[in-house]
Write a protein that binds this ligand. Structure first.
Ligand code: FES
Length: 224
């Protein structure tokens, strides 16, 4: 059993298990830190979205909370001018490759981007970056119960992880690198031609409007 330690987050002393990642300690104690790519059950966090920066006492630069193991005496601030700048840049990077238009998004009531924007006072529009070319043509409606709209994908990897590690189907994965990185099926066939079993776990794991159940969309269309 791991040792209990005391850490300080925003001046609050909290007991935690040594080695647990700071992000989960904060969230479990109702201290919000923006996050997107973190998956609690994943042993090695990818640390790719760069939204979860915190300022650690004694360290010159912010570090990502999802990769930071807690230890006795650790003291962090969830906000600082440096943290806010980094989070704002990471957020804008995400927006630059995301189809906006929240009114028509099936996830508009539970979208992670809207939550982060609200918590951190960020705008849902680009100020410094230009939007990347949209992937509007890449909407896969071939699965029986859900739609995959890549133009709203944030590349958080939650759907890939759940499809591979929980459902153990492996229909979804990452392909390409850098700016071309995307979630796709093997050889980019439609979901209906992939090993997908329509279990819907990927839809539940998706924090944006990239994966949504067809019945939701119909519901939405009735409203607009
Ligand atoms: S949640 Fe920490 S880098 Fe994405």
């Amino acid at each position: 059993m791991s040792k209990q330690v005391t850490v300080t987050i925003d001046g609050r002393e909290i007991k935690a298990r040594e080695g647990e990642k700071l992000l989960w300690v904060a969230l479990e104690n109702e201290i919000y830190i923006p996050n997107l790519c973190a998956i609690k059950e994943k042993e090695h966090p990818s640390g790719s979205c760069r939204l979860c920066y915190v300022q650690v006492e004694g360290r010159p630069r912010p570090v990502t909370a999802c990769t930071l193991p807690v230890k006795e005496g650790l003291s962090v601030q969830t906000r600082s001018p440096q943290v806010d700048r980094l989070v704002k840049s990471a957020f804008e990077m995400l927006l630059s490759d995301h189809r906006l238009g929240c009114g028509r998004c099936p996830r508009r009531k539970s979208c992670v981007l809207l939550k982060i924007a609200k918590e951190r006072g960020l705008k849902m529009k680009l100020s410094r970056l230009s939007p990347l070319e949209q992937r509007l043509e890449e909407i896969d409606e071939s699965a029986e119960t859900f739609v995959f709209d890549r133009s709203r994908c944030l590349l958080c990897g939650r759907c890939v992880w759940i499809c591979q590690e929980v459902a153990r189907v492996g229909a979804l994965g990452f392909s390409n690198r850098g700016i071309e990185r995307r979630v796709s099926t093997f050889q980019e066939v439609g979901l209906a031609r992939s090993p997908c079993t329509d279990c819907g776990l990927c839809v539940e794991a998706c924090p944006s409007g990239a994966l949504y159940f067809k019945e939701n969309r119909e519901e939405k269309q009735k409203q607009t």
